[in-house]
Design a protein around this ligand. Structure first.
Ligand code: SF4
Ligand code: SF4
Length: 371
């Protein structure tokens, strides 16, 4: 299992982790088996957002004796109504469910307390108030009951404000191939980089839709992180390709695929043994109508370059420089053994790029920007 830095916390997190939402209605021994399999395979980050007592008790059993192997999360603002998960902004109710989580998980602390599911401006202002849930999360941090504060949402507008507020260490946001061209998403990812906020990518398979059959893919906005999506399915979509796309996006610390069983877990973790062809997500992007021709997706299909330039990384840094300023990424650019200055304008990359990117002029831009 490869690990990545969890933003400014400096903690190392498994690059592919586990969301536990599909274990909600599974028998306890089944759910425990999935968690143990994940731990045994090196996963050390588990998102646990449900507030229902049964799943919390099950997680308590699963992590008994293995708590120190894992980072676990809870979502402040989650509660139960009529036996189902619900959202609340009531401080007393939220506090009750937070302490209920600690008790049922048989632990003194959570690694990340997420401010749960915020997509509207009014809700954002209420949530991020010192007298609201943010204040409670900070208090838990001071008391040693929470190591990091996170924010979960599905729209760029509120998530971007949270990242820029300086109040959060971790953002949980949908990142999947269908949302590639969601307006503002790149700004959000770049903001995570600028503020060193760890990005936890949720909905990697768009709630499973990406892996279902049929010619037509219809996906609602909250699964994509933007507007509703409807596209023709034209290429083989696999878990490995979906994860490969996400791991190439800037700022992503970890992905939390929800897995129903060990077979689904292993299908996701097959990424680590996959060949470059099996990881190749470019044909998927080409089939999605939202994708804008001429925009680099950092896939490096244009290599090899006779000057050994890492073209995808150069493009990524140029895009970031244009969004957040050259100084933010200058050190990363300087660390590359060859860069845009070394481009000899041979054009070989442009002939290979499936997306019509004008690499030579972009290299000239990069050379000017980082001069
Ligand atoms: S220029 Fe084209 S092939 Fe190269 S990294 Fe960008 S999108 Fe991929
Ligand atoms: S045009 Fe520049 S970046 Fe592209 S392959 Fe040639 S030298 Fe490399």
């Amino acid at each position: 299992m490869k690990t990545r830095r969890l933003g400014r916390s400096g903690l190392q997190v498994s690059a592919i982790s586990l969301g536990t939402e599909y274990l909600l209605n599974e028998p306890r021994d089944h759910a425990v088996r999935v968690i143990h399999a994940a731990l045994d395979r090196g996963i050390n980050y588990f998102d646990i957002f449900y507030a229902q007592p049964d799943i919390r008790d099950t997680m308590g059993v699963a992590f008994r004796g293995r708590r120190e192997e894992a980072m676990i999360t809870t979502h402040l603002g989650g509660c139960v109504e009529n036996g189902q998960h619900a959202k609340t902004r009531d401080l007393a109710i939220s506090e009750h469910y937070f302490h209920d989580f600690l008790r049922r998980l048989e632990t003194d602390y959570v690694d990340v307390v997420f401010l749960h599911n915020c997509d509207e401006q009014e809700d954002y202002e209420q949530l991020m108030d010192e007298d609201g849930l943010l204040g409670a999360a900070r208090r838990y941090q001071e008391e040693g009951k929470a190591r990091l504060i996170g924010f979960s949402g599905h729209t760029v507008a509120t998530s971007l404000q949270a990242v820029e507020s300086g109040a959060i260490d971790v953002l949980m946001f949908p990142v999947n191939i269908l949302g590639n061209a969601v307006p503002g998403r790149r700004d959000l990812l770049d903001a995570c980089q600028t503020h060193d906020v760890a990005l936890v990518a949720m909905k990697p398979f768009a709630g499973g839709r990406l892996l279902q059959g049929g010619d037509e893919l219809r996906v609602e906005r909250f699964l994509v992180g933007g507007s509703d999506v409807s596209v023709r399915r034209t290429n083989a979509i696999t878990p490995v390709r979906c994860l490969s796309y996400i791991l190439e996006q800037p700022s992503v610390s970890t992905i939390v695929p929800g897995c129903r069983d060990v077979a689904e877990l292993d299908a996701a973790l097959a990424y680590w043994d996959a060949t470059p062809e099996e990881r190749d997500f470019a044909p998927l992007l080409a089939g999605f109508a939202q994708y804008r021709e001429g925009e680099c997706v950092y896939c490096n299909h244009c290599l090899p370059c006779p000057s050994t330039i890492d073209i995808g990384q150069t493009m990524r840094l140029l895009d970031a420089a244009q969004r957040v300023g050259v100084e933010q990424v200058r050190a990363d650019y300087a660390a590359m053994p060859t860069n845009a200055d070394d481009c000899i304008a041979c054009g070989e990359c442009e002939a290979r790029c499936p997306f019509g990117v004008e690499v030579i002029s972009r290299m000239e831009e990069a050379a000017r920007a980082f001069a």
